[in-house]
Design a protein around this ligand. Structure first.
Ligand SMILES: C[S@@+](CC[C@H](N)C(=O)[O-])C[C@H]1O[C@@H](n2cnc3c(N)ncnc32)[C@H](O)[C@@H]1O
Length: 425
């Protein structure tokens, strides 16, 4: 780790505290909250605040364990919050020890409730610097999720998934049309199986080549796989039943299909409209709950990217791991089952449907499809072929569904489940 002491001041560290608190209390993801929380900071301070918040959230499991091991009883929450950012800087960001400790103590001094705890904060941080905890990937995930992943995918896979939690992801792009060499070079991009491009660039996307012209949109490599399973042909009708913010709608429109992009959230659909306008792609945008959409149409192809715990998206939203709770899995599984039934009625006889979720939990993936096939004898599973959709071989299950795990691709990707079904003619 290099010694990057980061900006001197307390302001970016305070901003990071706000971002972390907002994320862990489900008020807003880091990137949504950034513009509000980083108000007066200069670009270097902003970048540091974001990086500190992301590091503290990615390393949350390890940091919590290290703090618990060092203290006999938990300190008040504001003290713990300060300790978290102190540890994140000192152990995981290469910030010089004295800078990490002194800025944390200054923050403690600045507020009455944390002032009496300066001695404790100093002792805990110095102790951890003297004897750093083991960098154990198993501790990066909540115990109960790690245990579920072990039960569902095996010990080796659970460890592979957890190791990805600490990693900063690259930016993946999907293209309207395959990019030429010059654009690829400008984007510092590598073409992945299936056609997505992994860019090594960093910083504000709006300044990247091709953004203004709408040649591409940001979409994780794994998120681009499910829609490819539809194998859309130009002129076919397609329904994206949970469309916002629209990554998969854009893929379907770029394939030449006549797309209806439906979502229950009119607000989130604004993003779909913006994305369509920028990429100069077309789709009919509809705001309605999928279950009660009054339109009578059926479609050649239906995509259901259902709301889920999103545990597969921890690379960009590490807080999802700490917000997920067992009852929520059961609740969302019921929603998914209802939405699957709605998707079935929208699939024309002889048509096909793809179901996907960015969750690592089997109840939201494998379990949904098993139950759906029992409820709908007029549907059959259509296996994905090896390598189809750009999915790694390791992601193809024996039954032909995809269980895409974050460690299945070098450099990582989001976790997804995807299944293709056909309705009998
Ligand atoms: C996983 S996101 C979809 C992501 C999107 N497919 C993409 O690739 O950009 C799930 C979406 O489902 C929408 N949603 C949730 N319940 C719904 C319902 N009953 N009917 C329609 N949309 C719903 C949410 O508003 C959310 O935008």
């Amino acid at each position: 780790m290099t010694d990057q002491s980061g900006p001197q001041g307390l302001a970016p560290r305070r901003a990071a505290l706000t971002l972390i608190e907002g994320a862990l209390e489900r008020r807003a993801g880091i990137d949504e909250a950034l513009p509000i929380s980083l108000g007066d900071l200069d670009p270097r301070e902003r970048a540091f605040a974001r990086s500190l918040a992301m590091t503290a959230l990615r390393r949350h499991g390890q940091i919590e364990r290290a703090l618990t091991d060092r203290m006999q009883k938990p300190p008040p929450e504001p003290v713990k919050a300060l300790l978290r950012i102190g540890v994140a800087q000192a152990l995981y960001m290469g910030v010089a020890d004295h800078a990490a400790v002194s800025t944390t103590l200054d923050l403690a001094q600045a507020e009455q409730p944390t002032r009496p705890f300066k001695g404790l904060i100093n002792a805990v941080l110095r102790g951890l610097l003297r004897e750093p905890p083991k960098d154990d990937p198993v501790l990066l995930a909540p115990d109960w999720l790690y245990a579920r992943w072990t039960a569902a995918f095996g010990a080796e896979a659970a460890r592979g998934i957890a190791a990805q939690i600490a990693e900063e992801p690259a930016t993946d792009l999907s293209f309207r049309e395959a990019p030429d060499e010059a654009l690829l070079q400008d984007l510092e991009g590598v073409v992945l199986p299936g056609g997505a491009v992994r860019s090594a660039r960093r910083g504000d996307l709006a300044g990247w080549p091709g953004f203004d012209e709408g040649l591409w949109w940001v979409q994780d490599a794994a998120a681009a796989m499910p829609a490819r399973l539809l194998n859309l042909k130009p002129g076919e009708t397609a329904l994206d039943l949970c469309a916002a913010p629209g990554g998969k709608t854009l893929q379907m429109a770029a394939a030449g299909a006549k797309v209806v992009a439906l979502d229950r959230s009119a607000k989130r659909l604004e993003r779909v409209r913006e994305n369509l306008a920028r990429t100069k792609l077309e789709a009919e945008v509809v705001a309605s709950p999928a279950e009660s959409w009054s339109d009578p149409r059926t479609f050649d192809a239906v995509l259901l990217d259902a709301p889920c715990t999103a545990t597969g998206t921890f690379r960009r939203q590490p807080e999802v791991l700490w917000l997920a709770k067992p009852p929520e899995i059961a609740k969302l599984a019921m929603v998914q089952s209802r939405l699957l039934d709605a998707a079935a009625t929208r699939t024309r006889p002889g048509g096909r449907m793809v179901y996907c979720v960015c969750s690592l939990e089997p109840e939201e993936g494998e379990g949904q499809i098993a139950a759906f096939l029992k409820r709908h004898p007029d549907f059959t599973l259509v296996r994905a072929r090896p390598g189809e959709a750009g999915a790694p071989e390791a992601s193809l299950r024996a039954d032909g569904t995809l269980r895409i795990l974050p460690h299945h691709m070098e450099g990582g990707m989001d976790g997804f489940f995807a299944a293709r079904l056909a309705r009998k003619a």
